[in-house]
Design a protein around this ligand. Structure first.
Ligand code: ADE
Ligand code: ZN
Length: 334
């Protein structure tokens, strides 16, 4: 099963590139950029990765991102992620980043985008991994700040393929960002939003109705509203689920309690992703293997999750078709 899971072609659609910054790289970049860290060693930093909820994670995650200072730092971080992803059978990635985390520290939007894009473009050429790049608005900041950040993205629009919404969910409903999402859609960008990670089903509904998202990031709390589950099954709006993240942030107590298999069996377009792999204890194949074991997923379930990840991506039909065919060939040969 482990070889099957790792080898099956798949897309990763919910990955915050700043969340791929491994403790060793935090220390290496801190030394290079003369940044003082609050932890004395790599081990001490890793020890601090015990979270009570989303906010307790975000506090450490934003502090970790402070070591990223130059275009080259973003390039190296992204390249390291792509090499890991290739090892896990990833053939397509849609990567999130948080521009405001960096522009608020005086780093230019262009340096961030150009560093990440340079690695993505090399990843496509050398590793055969296609990509999309999706900046997210930080929902704990104001709608006005999001609008200014959207405007900073426009000169770089050739390197950007959509917009997302992340950070502290509770108390920051999708409706707060109606205007900037309307502008992003009017400019031709597909949009996504984190909703129903810690927040209520109502936030998922707002993301669908007001932000008009193409996918819901997380969405696992939809189950509290049966009509919403029915709607997600009927419309096939994908959920980008992140099982190990959900355990680390105490959305579910144990992986055995996770609702991924129920949602899959109910016919929702569920995908498996790693969210912030350096913080949550695993990359995409680790996430798939962990849920496979905890929820007794079959080979057919894994193939379904892989096919869902391609269908849920922003690749067009002509790009999806050969990848779906590869999954079929792979699954029937195993
Ligand atoms: N930013 C990085 N990871 C996140 C998550 N799981 N939820 C919200 N914002 C995030
Ligand atoms: Zn996320």
């Amino acid at each position: 099963m482990e070889r099957f899971v790792r080898g099956i072609p798949k897309a990763e659609l919910h990955l915050h590139i700043e969340g791929s910054l491994e403790p060793a790289m935090v220390f290496a970049l801190a030394a290079k950029n003369a940044v003082r860290l609050a932890y004395p060693s790599i081990e001490a930093l890793r020890e601090a990765y015990r979270f009570e909820n989303l906010q307790s994670f975000l506090d450490i995650y934003y502090a970790g991102a402070d070591v990223l200072r130059t275009e080259d730092d973003f390039y190296l971080m992204t390249l390291a992620y792509l090499e890991r992803a290739q090892h896990d059978g990833v053939v397509h990635v849609e990567i999130f980043f948080d521009p405001q985390t960096h522009t608020l520290r005086g780093i230019s939007y262009a340096a961030v985008v150009q560093g990440i894009s340079r690695a993505l473009s090399q990843g496509q050429q050398r590793l055969g991994i296609s990509y999309r790049l999706i900046p997210c608005f930080l929902r704990h900041l104001s709608a006005e700040d999001a609008m200014r950040t959207f405007e900073q993205a426009l000169p770089l629009r050739k390197l950007i393929h959509g917009f997302g919404l992340d950070s502290s969910e509770s108390g920051n409903p999708p409706a707060k960002f109606a205007e900037v999402f309307a502008r992003a859609r009017a400019a031709g960008f597909p949009v996504v939003a984190h909703a129903g990670e810690e927040g209520p089903p109502e936030y998922i509904q707002q993301a669908l109705d007001i932000l008009q998202v193409a996918r819901i990031d997380h969405g696992v709390r939809c189950e509290a509203d049966p009509a919403l589950v029915e709607r997600l099954a009927r419309t096939q709006v994908p959920l980008t689920v992140c099982p190990l993240s959900n355990i680390k942030l105490k959305v579910f107590d144990r992986l055995e309690d996770h609702n991924l298999k129920r949602l899959l069996d109910r016919g929702l377009c569920v995908t498996v992703n790693s969210d912030d792999p350096a913080y949550f204890g695993g990359y995409i194949a680790d996430n798939l293997l962990a849920v496979q074991q905890a929820l007794h997923l079959s080979h057919a379930d894994i193939a379904q999750l892989a096919a869902n990840s391609i269908r849920a991506s922003f690749l067009d039909q002509s790009e999806q078709a050969p990848l779906l065919a590869r999954i079929d060939v792979y699954a029937s040969a195993h």
